[in-house]
Design a protein around this ligand. Structure first.
Ligand code: PRP
Ligand code: ZN
Length: 285
């Protein structure tokens, strides 16, 4: 039987969350990643564990059919791959940083200065857009130490929590790209593998939709139902069930996580009681 060869990161920020996402998609992996190739037990998937920076190239060359990698790498390398889906984890940004005590007046700061980075193409695009001539010093790792060893006056690197910059006495001054994990695939996949990829993406969407929403149950007096329903649109509309106590109903619906707390306050003001909130495991709309 045909399998989809999916490349994921061997070691680093993306690896654990990539494996966690597959697990939430109901895909169980026979080997936790201690070897370079692993098979899924219950889905036609073979995992290849690779350096994240190499994943776009392997997908372009069809060594892997698809891969989970940072958008930053995909855009930097500009390979011939299809960007299939943003995965919503491993969010970070590509930013310019300078020594923390240096006064910063705006992007003009970088004029004719030397900037160390592993993202020379994205940095060059940014500098061109700003019309600022600067000297790019491409290096492959440990970019954050470049200013302290005198290699460059500034850096352009990924920032997630900001702790790497902080511990190296640097300050983030401009963001040039927002990044997150994405799924990429070969531009030409055969029908069988395309179908497997489509199934995988369908499951990923169901998992991600679910994590962005909560299931909510509450009790309310019948006269408050109209205003409460207006606050809980649900997927189609809320479910209403009469309670044993006359004049009261139970209402079930789905609420987005990001507006959750404001909505709870409004529901209580409108007369809702006994509010229960339950995580949703999968959501298919
Ligand atoms: C990035 C970046 C920093 C670190 C920033 O490396 O190069 O070292 O993360 O994270 P922080 O703001 O939370 O401290 P990454 O883990 O992506 O490794 P790689 O670039 O070497 O692949
Ligand atoms: Zn990397």
């Amino acid at each position: 039987m045909r399998k989809l060869k999916l490349a994921i990161q061997k070691k680093g920020r993306l690896k654990d969350e990539s494996l966690q996402l597959l697990k939430e998609c109901g895909i169980s992996i026979a080997n936790g990643g201690s070897e370079l190739i692993a098979q899924a037990r219950n889905f036609p998937l073979e995992l290849l564990f690779l350096r994240d920076d190499d994943i776009p190239q392997y997908v372009e060359q069809q060594v892997a059919d698809a891969g989970i990698v940072g958008l930053n790498e995909v855009l930097e390398q500009n390979r011939n791959v299809t960007l299939c889906e943003k995965l919503g984890f491993a969010s970070c940004r590509l930013s310019l940083a300078i020594r923390k005590d240096d006064p910063y007046t705006g992007p003009g700061y970088f004029r004719h200065r030397k900037i160390a980075t592993s993202y020379p193409n994205l940095l060059q695009q940014y500098l061109d857009q700003q019309g600022i001539p600067a000297i790019i010093e491409p290096i492959s790792g440990s970019v954050e130490i470049a200013p302290s060893i005198g290699l460059a006056e500034a850096i352009c690197d990924l920032v997630s929590t900001g702790s790497t910059l902080f511990t190296n006495g640097l300050r983030e001054v401009e963001t040039i790209l927002q990044s997150q994990a994405v799924m990429v695939s070969c531009t030409k996949l055969d029908d069988a593998r395309q179908r497997i990829l489509d199934q995988l993406i369908f499951r990923i969407r169901a998992v991600n939709q679910a994590s962005r929403n909560k299931y909510i149950l509450l009790n309310a007096p019948d006269e408050a139902l109209e205003s409460i329903c207006a606050l809980l649109p649900g997927i189609k509309s809320p479910t209403l069930l009469p309670l044993a106590e006359p004049g009261w109903s139970s209402l079930h619906s789905v609420v987005p996580e990001d507006t959750f707390w404001e909505r709870i306050d409004l529901l209580r003001q409108a007369g809702a009681q006994g509010i229960l909130v339950i995580p949703i495991e999968k959501m298919i709309v």
